[in-house]
Design a protein around this ligand. Sequence first.
Ligand SMILES: [Fe+2]
Ligand SMILES: [Fe+2]
Length: 290
Amino acid sequence: MGKDASELLNRVDDLPPLPAVAAKVMSMAEDDKTSAMDLAGVLATDQALTAKLIRISNSAYYGFARRISTVREAVVMLGFKQVRQVSVGASMMNAFKRNGVDDGFDLDLFWGHSVAVAVASEALARKTLGAKPEDAFTAGILHDIGRLVLRQVMPQEFARAVAIARSGDLPLHDAEFETTGYQHDEIGQALGERWKFPGHLVDAVRCHHDGSLTAAADGLAGVVSQSNQLMLHYGLFCGYDMDIGEVPVLSTELEQVETACGGIDRVLAKAFSFIESASGTPDKWYAKAS
Ligand SMILES: [Fe+2]
Ligand SMILES: [Fe+2]
């Protein structure tokens, strides 16, 4: 256990709030036609988000032949759950601003990792029936978000951790713990609770470094943990890039995870397409993936 993550959040004056529309959309029930049109109504109040949603709907992320031009059409074509997961994901990507500090940590690569984990988690959940696919996507986007808080609150210690990770001595989550005393999974849990995300989603964020969890046995937490492991295996680190040389052979378990996700290339292509539509072409993208 790291230092008290909840107490850390109390010390942050400008902790990013969950964007209002995302909070509202998260809490909407997913049953009938009425709620689908309610959803369209809520989304339409945020023009920037609407524009992103329409861009994503028309991108290679979905690959529809037909052009979608309104939120209502997106809801009809994609369905309530898809639209909700995409809007929450896209608005979360804007909750944390670039800080302009050169600490070796790259926000584009952070989102690259997080969205790739989200895409893989969604596919894995769909295949294994281990969790609801839309929960899996949202938990994937959210899983490392505690790291952004840590970076904001303890910039110097965080920069030291990034340097250690980039030198290959320790994975970032261990280096961070060493330099800050905090664990980003626990901070993510505390933030998720503040943002009032459902409990099982917050649990998945807290447990995402538990390598013993599996999609088959542990539901959402296993789905996110295994997807995270798969991305790290391929050198898609969270917030930095590093030459890992030849990608090591996958364990049988991770090989099954990759197959269930439809292959690493497909996951990365979808993730890139989502990021491009949600926030523009990233300045950096993983060397391994290009
Ligand atoms: Fe993590
Ligand atoms: Fe991660």
